[in-house]
Ligand binder design. Structure first.
Ligand code: UDP
Length: 240
């Protein structure tokens, strides 16, 4: 078993990419639903005030550090987090595995039409994969039973929930006892990347840990959300 590192009380799995895939394959062979989340500093900060989110992150089966700020924090206090592991990279390796093994995936989230295009692109890219279904992420509460039905009747192995944080984490938690799949994973805007409606930062930015900067340049309205990063580091230095 890998150890957990606590960042401002939020337990993050200290694991490398190979270890993550091994763990996820194990989850796929298990009997019960496993919940996987990929927080960044913004979510860790949100969890300081949002007790429900804090509890959900504690009850997760795998929590991956999707944010360079978490690695910087870990380095500052020598907590030993091995590397940044993004939701989209993890989703990518899972999809590849699903293609090889004929596993099925379902995507919930994104604007109407986006999940459908994402699924078509995924089907084309990862031959052998089964698309159990998709649903956009702008539904009403009364539609949720129907969505659960679609997920369960499609024999879904992996459910990717792309509602943004903390909505996706709370949605998975709300239905954890009603989902028949093996893995439910919150992966934010990944649906937009697979649909081609959003682009990932160039590899150089990814390697330098500057993906956030690229995103900020492309989507300047994120500045307010991202301003939380220095606040996170200050709080971490003082409180941890
Ligand atoms: N979204 C959704 N339903 C909502 C709110 C958001 O499906 O009620 C989708 C949105 O269309 C986008 C994704 O959730 O595809 C979240 O994107 P964002 O990049 O904001 O998430 P992050 O990865 O930053 O948490």
């Amino acid at each position: 078993m890998n150890e957990k590192v606590k960042i401002l009380g939020v337990p993050i799995d200290n694991i490398d990419r190979e270890g993550v895939l091994l763990k996820l394959v194990g989850f796929l062979e298990g009997e019960s639903l496993k919940k996987v989340y990929t927080p960044n500093p913004e979510i860790v900060m949100l969890a300081q005030q949002d007790q429900e989110l804090y509890r959900i992150l504690h009850e997760a089966d795998l929590v991956l550090p999707d944010g360079i700020g978490l690695i910087i924090a870990s380095k500052l206090k020598k907590l030993g987090l091995q590397q940044r592991i993004t939701g989209i990279d993890t989703m990518d390796s899972l999809l590849q595995y699903c293609g090889q093994k004929g596993k099925s995936v379902f995507i919930v989230g994104g604007k109407p039409g986006t999940a459908e295009i994402a699924c078509k692109n995924i089907e084309r890219k990862y031959s052998g994969i089964k698309i159990a279904g998709f649903h956009h992420g702008y539904f009403k509460e009364e539609d949720e039973a129907g969505i659960l039905d679609k997920i369960n009747s499609g024999n879904t192995d992996i459910l990717f929930v792309c509602l943004g944080a903390p909505k996706q984490e709370k949605w998975i938690d709300k239905y954890k006892n009603h989902l028949n799949c093996k893995i439910a994973m919150g992966v934010g805007g990944s649906v937009d990347i697979y649909a081609g409606t959003a682009k990932r930062a160039p590899v150089l930015f990814q390697k330098l840990g500057l993906e956030w900067f690229y995103r900020l340049a492309k989507e300047p309205w994120r500045a307010k959300r991202m301003a939380v990063l220095p606040q996170f580091l200050i709080r971490f230095i003082i409180k941890q």
